[in-house]
Design a protein around this ligand. Structure first.
Ligand code: BTN
Length: 267
């Protein structure tokens, strides 16, 4: 197992001006929690937290995010964007695009996104994004963009996960350099973050969504909607047309892709 360090991360990020402060923890509860504490103590935009292991890693919808020590990228970026709460999904767009572009830059792989926050390789989940925000008045005060990317995780011994989850290593057959992926990801994050309200960000994100054009089953609260995932609106909501022609706007919830009526993937 290759363990990171503050010095190694700093060196890997040399010249990346977006990152103003780095915090490394070999073992922590959740990098998003460290980021929140720092945010409340006036840490600057561009604060990066990286861990080798989390004991309370969180996913969306209250799920646990599990990762073996020293094999993933477990990171949170604290940013202070000028955004309305309604536009918060734009942070997930930035992070999702950054992740797929970094994966492709550093490995001979093609990556996709599954709405709203999954990073996908060959139809399996290779990572996820958890953006958490705090408000001040009508605007975001800060946002914490947590990213978990399965870099060198081996799921082959875990049959219940292996059908759903994968890693860069499992797809290429060789270990990837976590620090190189980290650098590429932060660089691409900075580039897209600079255009956070632009139509180009939305178009690039939509172009990466494996969900679009697919028959989906969306669970929202207690109800479910079957239909065609037609588009995403400017704020990232998924537009699903049900057979009676009604278009449903989904802001959150679970979306399952269907193939010939069978479930093919479930978050
Ligand atoms: C999801 O797929 O539901 C999102 C997973 C996000 C996991 C990352 S790991 C680093 C950061 N810290 C956390 O506790 N969660 C995010």
């Amino acid at each position: 197992m290759e363990i990171l360090s503050y010095e190694k991360i700093r060196q890997a990020l040399s010249g990346v001006s977006f990152v103003r402060k780095v915090v490394y923890s070999p073992l922590t509860g959740s990098t998003n929690d460290i980021a929140r504490t720092l945010a409340r103590n006036q840490a600057p935009t561009g604060t990066l937290i990286v861990a080798d292991e989390q004991t309370a890693g969180r996913g969306r919808l209250g799920r646990t995010w599990w990762a073996p020590p020293g094999a993933s990228l477990l990171m949170s970026l604290l940013v202070r964007p000028t955004l309305l709460p309604l536009q918060a999904l734009r942070l997930t767009m930035v992070a999702g695009l950054a992740a797929v572009e970094a994966i492709e830059q550093e490995n001979a792989l093609q990556a996709q996104l599954k709405w709203p926050n999954d990073i996908w390789l060959n139809g399996k989940k290779a990572g996820g994004i958890l953006a958490e925000t705090a408000l001040t008045g009508d605007l975001l005060e800060y946002a914490i963009v947590g990213i978990g990317l399965n870099v060198n995780v081996d799921f082959s011994e875990q049959p219940e996960l292996a059908s759903l989850a994968t890693s860069l290593m499992m797809e290429t057959g060789q270990r990837a350099d976590r620090l190189a992926v980290l650098r590429a990801l932060v660089e691409r994050f900075a580039a897209w973050y600079a255009q956070i309200t632009s139509p180009q960000l939305h178009a690039a994100w939509a172009g990466r969504l494996a969900t679009l054009g697919q028959a989906v089953c969306a669970r929202v609260g207690d109800s479910s909607i079957d239909g065609l995932a037609e588009a995403v609106d400017a704020d990232g909501a998924l537009l699903v047309r049900s057979p009676d022609g009604t278009v449903h706007k989904l802001l959150a919830g679970d979306v399952t892709l269907r193939t010939k009526g069978r479930l093919t993937f479930q978050t």
